[in-house]
Design a protein around this ligand. Structure first.
Ligand code: BMA
Length: 312
C-alpha cells in the first residue's frame, strides 16, 4: 500500500535552469496560483553574480510549465526601491484577495532583508506598492481573504534572542501593519528545532486554515530544510489548533539532496483543487522546482491526529 502523504510527480523536477530563455543558474522557491484556469508560477533564480530575480512560467495542467521570455520582478533602478532591492529579490508568495493578486517577496540590500509587496490583476503588469516590514524579515504570506475586515499575514522576523518563530500581523490597508503576536515556535530537539517560517499561503478548509511551513534542523553536515503542517482557527488565525508533530516532506530525491544548497525542500506555494487534492510546489536544493500531490483530507488528518503542543 502506498502510504505517502505527498506523492511526488514522476516527472520531477518540473522546471530547471535549462527551461529558462535567459541566463540563470537556478529555478526554485516558486509561488504558484491559478489565474483564469491556468497555473501561474513566479520562481526565483540566481544570477551568476549570486543575486536573485523572479521569473514567470505558465501551465495548463500544473506540471508542464512554459517560461516567459523576460523576468517578472527585478530590482528597481530608481529611488527607495533601488536602494532596498539592490542585492536581489527572492522567494515570492502570491495570494488572491478581492480580485487582486498580492505578491510578497524578500528584498535584499546592504540594509538587510525586508519584505516588499507588489500587486497585479493579470500577471502582465506589476505595481510595486510598499515595503511592509523593516529588516530583518523573510517569509511573509498573506491569507487569501480578509478576516474580520483586516488583511492578515504570517511572518518570520529574524531573532538572536528567541528562536526564529512564526508571527501573525494585521493591516487595514496592506500598507500599515500591526497587532503582531507570536503564534508558533520551533520545538526543541525536533526536525524544526532551529527555525521555522511560513511557506505557502494558508489554505481555507472546513477545519481551519491549513499552513504548510518549513522547519530547519542543524546537523554536523549543515542544515536540513523540511516541510510540516499547522492548522489555524478560521475566525482567529492567531489561534493554532494543531501542529503536525512530524514533517510531511524531506529532501530525498537526488535534486533535493544535492544542488546549490544541499538537503533543502522549501515551499512558497500550493494550489488546492476542486477535487479535494492539493498540488504542493517546492524548490529542491535551491536549484530546481518540484511538485507533489496530496489529499486535503489526509493533510488535515495528519495534522490533527498527531499534533504536538500548540501553545507558545
Ligand atoms: C533560507 C532562504 C531560502 C532558501 C533556504 C535554503 O534561509 O534563503 O530562500 O531556500 O534558506 O537555502
Amino acid at each position: 500500500m502506498d502510504t505517502e502523504l505527498i506523492k511526488r510527480y514522476k516527472g520531477n523536477p518540473i522546471l530547471t535552469k535549462k527551461d529558462v530563455p535567459y541566463p540563470v543558474e537556478t529555478v526554485h522557491n516558486a509561488a504558484v496560483i491559478k489565474h483564469e484556469g491556468r497555473y501561474i508560477m513566479l520562481f526565483r533564480s540566481h544570477l551568476r553574480n549570486g543575486r536573485s530575480i523572479i521569473g514567470m512560467a505558465q501551465s495548463d495542467d500544473g506540471y508542464q510549465f512554459q517560461v516567459s521570455s523576460e523576468p517578472f520582478i527585478t530590482p528597481s533602478q530608481d529611488g527607495l526601491w533601488a536602494e532596498y532591492e539592490a542585492f536581489g529579490v527572492e522567494d515570492p508568495r502570491v495570494s488572491k484577495v478581492d480580485g487582486e493578486y498580492l505578491i510578497t517577496y524578500s528584498a535584499y540590500s546592504r540594509h538587510g532583508v525586508r519584505i516588499a509587496l507588489a500587486k497585479t490583476k493579470d500577471f502582465k503588469s506589476l505595481e510595486k506598492i510598499a515595503f511592509i516590514t523593516q529588516a530583518d524579515y523573510r517569509n511573509v504570506v498573506i491569507f487569501p481573504e480578509k478576516i474580520n475586515g483586516m488583511y492578515v499575514r504570517l511572518d518570520r522576523p529574524h531573532s538572536e534572542i528567541s528562536p526564529w518563530s512564526i508571527w501573525i500581523t494585521r493591516s487595514p490597508d496592506l500598507i500599515h501593519w500591526g497587532e503582531s503576536q507570536v503564534v508558533m515556535k520551533p520545538e526543541a530537539y525536533h526536525w524544526d528545532e532551529m527555525k521555522i517560517g511560513p511557506g505557502a499561503p494558508p489554505m481555507k478548509t472546513a477545519r481551519g486554515w491549513l499552513s504548510i511551513y518549513h522547519g530547519v534542523f542543524p546537523t554536523m553536515d549543515g542544515a536540513i530544510y523540511r516541510l510540516g503542517l499547522a492548522l489555524h482557527d478560521l475566525e482567529d488565525p492567531s489561534k493554532i489548533l494543531a501542529i503536525g508533530d512530524s514533517w510531511i516532506l524531506q529532501p530525498e530525491d537526488p535534486w533535493e539532496v544535492s544542488g546549490y544548497v544541499h538537503n533543502v525542500v522549501f515551499t512558497c506555494g500550493a494550489v488546492p483543487e476542486e477535487d479535494g487534492s492539493v498540488k504542493i510546489y517546492w524548490g529542491g536544493a535551491d536549484t530546481v522546482m518540484c511538485v507533489g500531490v496530496a489529499q486535503m483530507d489526509d493533510l488535515l488528518e495528519f495534522c490533527l491526529n498527531d499534533s504536538r503542543k500548540t501553545t507558545v
